[in-house]
Design a protein around this ligand. Structure first.
Ligand code: WT7
Length: 667
């Protein structure tokens, strides 16, 4: 990791917006930063007015740390804002969703059609007894019905909890139970790299683990499974229930602070956290950041490659772009199916203008070679985005040159499930970008860099570099960078309203670290232009191909295996995935298990995305005198580095022996 940091900070190339881009950009006057800083709450109120409200709010912000309420008293409906207001106007026949299935089918759904489909699903859910305030679990492949079902829930005031299709039956059951979902919406399967993901079978397994709150499972026919299959009495088919419903369904007027969705994300204790988002503030920030950061315009064809199972799909496939009436490309499958040019073919076919993808994908494209993008016409592209983990400068430059042909601004966007929307990112018509830096907090967002002991050490900038530190100490030397922990110091509209059902955990995880600020769990440096360089997690969360997985979660899955006595899991630097899961396992005396069997066990417990890349069976683990496993030393072993400080270990010979064995095996 420290090598990555050095390469990041050696990076001094600067990419100012071209005159041409600046001239047409939605935002091109830097004055917006000062205006927002002068009164962030008034600034966000101005943004909220872009939405359609049934009733105005009376108070912009009520802040009782750690709980915020935005646009209090206001009434609106997220589905109305994303669908109805477009379907009723000049955008009625504009394409809302341009979908491609992995096997190659294409569907083009206009805003008018989207409204009809969403109403049918909403009426079907209502007929199942789903009411305002209920929770619906969505476990679907990336088909249009996924976005439609999310919007249908929003329409009737039910909260959705989307569970990514790569999660296992255990994970699905755990999330369904935590949210006490009344209905699960799933499909007979989805396509991924030519294989069928058996979602219905997994849902059946989840039910057999016990999902007492679930009254109905609504099943979409995606694959065409023969109907002779044994069926659970709770199952209802889409064809029977949805297709004949009326296309009239009123939008439930929702309070600004009513629940819009829950989305589960990994937590350090191993138990996933149900991140709560409400309506008015979330939608305001998702909508306005789409317009600012992606420079979204009426004629854009926007392609975000995320899955709706992650927050990126929520905020930047569904709510943000659709609140703006955008045309969104949605793709079901893998980027290398049938061949490694699939994304580039999609861009060529539909004239995609904006592409939003992840560094892990970009690194894979680099490895596959430029001949794939070079063989396609990418001239429609005008802006490129990145999200999910720090982007290394080499990948940034490749993206800029090979995909963007040096014409397209690259926006590296830092945010989280918890922040709801983008927080730190360039404004493409204003900001000069630096490869590897997410640049600066957006207007209305206030961030700081903190020392480990909780001091605000954010440098105060002048034209020639630092003037002073925020806490009044002397300015660091010119050219030095200030490193520490990222904090957000002012409430923002899209911020999570908590962990579902667990206010104490919310306080503990995010608000105990610093007395007054939100703690996202990321390290950062700030350079002398005030640019933030995000450096990855400072907690026990790994970023595996851009997905959050906690070390504890994988450890619990491993020790759940009968042969395992103890397990320690680390994120090992990986050239494509950013981090790969690496486990050290001690087997019980007399028990035996193969490495493959243990890997399969983790995949079965959590989902294939958590399958460790390597498992090393060992006799002992390095521990402190108080019995804490020193994961830092295990990372040194796995990454082939000299061992760091071993003086606090109970028995330093253990880790030395481990290193020798590991190198013998690898060598
Ligand atoms: C964590 C949040 C944001 C949607 C997808 C991930 C890391 C995300 C960046 C970036 C450096 C980034 C952080 C963050 N992260 N984007 N542009 N630069 N790090 O959402 O699963 O909630 O993960 O992803 O570590 O805390 P998430």
């Amino acid at each position: 990791m420290s090598e990555t940091i050095e390469t990041l900070l050696d990076e001094s190339r600067l990419f100012p917006p071209s005159d041409e881009f600046r001239a047409q950009a939605n935002l091109n006057d830097p004055e917006i930063y000062a205006r927002a800083a002068a009164d962030p709450v008034a600034f966000w109120e101005e943004q909220a007015k872009d939405l359609d409200w049934f009733e105005p709010w009376h108070t912009a912000l009520e802040w009782h740390r750690p709980f915020a309420k935005w646009f209090v008293g206001g009434k609106l409906n997220a589905c109305y804002n994303c669908v109805d207001r477009h379907a009723a106007g000049p955008r009625a026949d504009k394409i809302a969703i341009l979908w491609e299935g992995e096997p190659g089918e294409v569907r083009k759904i206009t805003y008018r059609e989207l409204k009809d489909e969403v109403c049918r699903i909403a009426n079907a859910l209502t007929s199942l007894g789903v009411k305002k305030g209920d929770r619906v679990c969505i476990y679907l492949p990336m088909v249009p019905e996924l976005a439609m079902t999310m919007l249908a829930c929003a329409r009737i005031g039910a909260a959705h909890s989307v569970v990514f299709g790569g999660f296992s039956a255990d994970s699905l059951a755990e999330r369904t139970n935590d949210a006490q979902a009344k209905v699960i919406v799933t499909a007979d399967g989805g396509y991924r790299r030519g294989n069928v993901v058996p979602l219905l079978k997994i849902t059946e397994d989840a039910l057999s683990l016990g999902c007492a709150s679930v009254e109905t499972v609504l099943v979409l026919n995606r694959i065409g499974t023969p109907s002779s299959e044994p069926r659970n009495p709770k199952f209802r088919s889409w064809g029977d229930l949805v297709l004949h419903q009326s296309t009239d369904c009123p939008c439930e007027p929702m309070d600004s602070e009513d629940l819009l969705f829950i989305l589960y994300t990994s937590g350090s204790t191993g138990k996933p956290k149900g991140i709560v988002h409400t309506t008015g503030g979330y939608l305001t920030q998702a909508a306005v950041t789409s317009k600012w950061v992606f420079d979204l315009k009426e004629n854009d064809v926007y392609f975000c490659t995320a899955d709706c199972g992650w927050v990126t799909g929520h905020s930047y496939i569904v709510y943000g772009p659709m609140a703006n009436g955008a045309t969104c490309v949605m793709y079901e499958g893998a980027p290398d199916s049938p061949d490694k040019d699939r994304f580039w073919r999609i861009i060529e076919r539909y004239g995609v203008t904006i592409l939003y993808t992840a560094p892990t994908a970009i690194r894979a494209f680099m490895k596959w070679g430029s001949e794939y993008p070079d063989g396609c016409d990418l001239s429609s592209l005008r802006l490129l985005g990145s999200v999910g983990e720090p982007i290394n400068p080499e990948a940034w430059i490749w993206y800029h040159e090979v995909i963007g042909k040096k014409r397209c601004p690259v926006v590296d966007t830092w945010w989280q499930t918890e922040t709801g929307s983008i927080m730190i990112a360039p404004l493409p018509g204003i900001t000069a970008t630096k490869p590897g830096s997410a640049t600066q907090p957006l207007p209305g967002i206030v961030a700081a860099v903190m020392s480990e002991d909780g001091r605000d050490i954010t440098p105060v900038h002048g034209a020639l570099g630092y003037l002073a530190c925020a806490d009044g100490r002397d300015a660091p030397a010119k050219g030095a960078e200030v490193g520490g922990i990222l904090a957000i110091t002012h409430p923002w509209p899209g911020m999570t309203r908590g962990i579902y059902g667990d206010p104490d955990r919310f306080q503990k995880v995010y608000w105990d670290k610093f007395p007054n600020h939100y703690f996202p769990g990321d390290g950062t440096k700030v350079d002398e232009d005030g640019y933030f360089w995000l450096l990855g997690r400072v907690d026990d969360i790994m970023l595996v191909a851009g997905h959050n997985i906690s070390t504890m979660e994988v450890e619990s899955a491993l020790v759940d295996h009968h042969a395992v006595a103890e397990a320690a899991v680390i994120g090992k630097t990986h050239e494509l995935k950013g981090q790969a899961i690496s486990a050290f396992v001690i087997l019980r005396t007399g028990a035996s298990a193969t490495v493959d069997e243990l890997k399969a066990h983790v995949a079965q417990k959590i989902g294939a995305l958590a399958r460790p890349d390597d498992i090393f069976l060992c006799a002992d683990l390095p521990k402190t005198r108080s019995g804490k496993i020193m994961r830092r030393l295990l990372r040194d072993v796995a990454e082939g580095r000299a061992l760091g400080d071993t003086t606090t270990l109970a028995d330093p010979t253990i880790v030395r022996a481990l290193k020798d064995q590991y190198e013998d095996k690898e060598g």
